[in-house]
Design a protein around this ligand. Structure first.
Ligand code: PGA
Length: 224
């Protein structure tokens, strides 16, 4: 039992990841598990609002999310770029366009994630900043459902490129060449400031901040 508190080789690790991080977090956990097979990991996948609630309640050691909020006392380290892209069905008129102007988006319908999603927040901010009058369509509560809805022709979507690898490879979705895109963000590993991290949590933090980028951008992992 003592080991649980002293060595990173044992103990528990409670992480929560933004829904989009779900597309790479398991690959990271696989490598971490190979190094620390006795650490039992609990992974919760949820949206930004719920991640922040878990941090506030001290329910997790750390979270993986997009832009951490300024108003909470948090320690955040960025570890990888997180480009947000527009996605469209392959037969969309945008498919053949080059450097499509932002204004062209005003003629489209955009599907949106639920309130509380960090992706939705970033998207609305971006469109506001560029003074675009966007028509919003269905509100959909997961990236998976957004992708299916875009494929079905219900509108366009905007999400982290990490979430659409498979659909791009299979030719089910495209990323049109739109000016100002991708919208660049980063992935952050975030914990409460001053939180005492167990050795397992510390080991995970060091692993993600120092190695994640190199490991994830190598083909065998990103192709998972
Ligand atoms: P979300 O995740 O859209 O699922 O909330 C992304 C983020 O935290 O920015």
């Amino acid at each position: 039992v003592l080991n649980e508190y002293k060595e990173p080789g044992h103990g528990r690790l409670r992480i929560a990841a933004a829904t989009t991080a779900n597309y790479f977090a398991p690959a990271l956990l696989r490598i971490f598990h190979e190094r620390y097979p006795l650490v039992s990991v609990h992974l919760d996948v949820t949206n930004r609002k719920a991640l922040l609630a878990q941090l506030a309640e001290n329910d997790v050691d750390m979270v993986i999310m997009g832009m951490p909020p300024g108003e909470m006392d948090l320690e955040a380290g960025s570890f990888m770029e997180n480009p947000l892209v527009v996605i469209a069905p392959p037969d969309h008129a945008f498919a053949t366009g080059k450097k499509i102007p932002l204004r062209a988006l005003e003629k489209e319908i955009f599907l949106v994630r639920e309130k509380g999603s960090g992706t939705r927040q970033a998207m609305e901010r971006f469109f506001r900043k560029h003074d675009l009058k966007i028509t919003y369509g269905m509100e959909v509560s997961s990236d998976e459902a957004i992708k299916q809805s875009v494929q079905a022709g219900l509108g366009l979507g905007l999400m982290s490129r990490d979430a659409v690898q498979m659909e791009l490879t299979l030719g089910r979705l495209i990323i049109p060449d739109i000016q100002r895109f991708p919208l660049m963000r980063s992935w952050y590993l975030v914990s409460r400031k001053g939180k005492h991290l167990s050795p397992s949590a510390q080991a995970f933090r060091d692993f993600v901040l120092n190695e994640a980028k190199g490991l994830l951008r190598k083909p065998p992992i990103s192709a998972l």
